[in-house]
Write a protein of this length. Sequence first.
Lengths: 265, 265
Amino acid sequence: MKVAAAQTHPRFGQPEENRLITRRFCRRAAQQDVRLIVFPELCITGYNFSSKKALVRLAEPVPNGPTTQLWLNLAKAHRLIIVGGLAELDDKGQIFNSAVVVGPKGFLGCYRKLHLFGSEWELFSAGNQIPQVHSVLGFKFGAIVCFDWAFPELARILMLEGCEVLCHPSNLVLPLAQRVMIARSIENRLFTITANRVGTERDLQFTGRSQIISPSGDILVRGRSRRSQLLITEINPAEARNKNITPTNNLITDRRVKLYKRLIS
Amino acid sequence: MKVAAAQTHPRFGQPEENRLITRRFCRRAAQQDVRLIVFPELCITGYNFSSKKALVRLAEPVPNGPTTQLWLNLAKAHRLIIVGGLAELDDKGQIFNSAVVVGPKGFLGCYRKLHLFGSEWELFSAGNQIPQVHSVLGFKFGAIVCFDWAFPELARILMLEGCEVLCHPSNLVLPLAQRVMIARSIENRLFTITANRVGTERDLQFTGRSQIISPSGDILVRGRSRRSQLLITEINPAEARNKNITPTNNLITDRRVKLYKRLIS
């Protein structure tokens, strides 16, 4: 089964143009029989907003806003799962840094980023729910967003909930996440798909190097640092179903759960 | 402050000889002003025992056995902290895969491996306590043993307890831990010292490549895969005290603790 990381170069403050970019990438992916595609964080608005006022004009409701509606159409037309990041506006005027998840049969869910990064604290409200695990087209998958990479707790919880493909829309600026996501794959025996953007916005340079990692930590595909690219690879999600790292060691049953209480105190 | 990973080549079933090896490494380290040295897992007995009967003859009590007594003398004579792995025999005849911790002023503790690997299940009892964090000679440090690397929970707990230098006696045979320990350093902003052995015992080839990693994930020093080596580097533990990964992001206070309950259910 083919999956893709769409390493796009969003135009700051140009949602119409950025939606068209996602449409082009979905079509190209579908031509190559991709069934699951991941777009970067905030790939519709751009990232580096200096005020909430500027952002709120571009944020949109989910699932009734234009991006989710477009993605629903594309998912249906191309028999695709789409996971992508956008600025979500709720009915109380709060903005979330969200990952929308749609499939061929409709809207699946929306994860609101839990661990905000840098000046995101001034722009976004943080989510209050663990991401869901979805089971569609043979994939059991879930999403985390960008800086969530630094918190092993979140990927672990998704793995415990059955996640086999961890989708990771990102706007990375530090040179750390690519290495840590390899560990997330190994320690949870799951595929990780990091879709990072490229380009520069004011003082921020986004680092590209999107990657898809196997449950044994192999880099199945990795993008370049400055070029818009569609990265595609074939995966067998069943590889992530078996949590045995050796014949006698299982990453779930070997956990010493009763000794981990300090993690939540 | 200088720290060291002693990448030794233990002789299987030759505890006297292996103790002498640790003495030589401690002396060499002290000549270069090392204050903390880490030895591999089970560096006194060797690793690949085919029966508990063979192992029990070589296991020893802690702190009254010959290895801990030797290390206490060396620690005092050279003003060293020593963290090293051995087979511990308790007064009920149970054997633990333990990391002994001694300092210039005496015995500090003994951590019994929590996550046993492969056929260790037939030889050892698993520990039942989280490792302690010790504060000696300006280091705040703790130990995990080998396969504990696969459980992000354990390093996280040590970090929450104030650990700045995570000592990791190992007998690695998979090509995974070196990469994952870089993530442990980054996600917890602490130094990690992986002391892995070299050599072969029956079907097992130990992989060397001991390493010392900084809180930002830099490889400060890394050993070769087949050679006995003393790896030394200078570190400033204060670098690991500040858990800010950016000016506005702190790896402790950014945790969404209330949402992590699934980790212990």
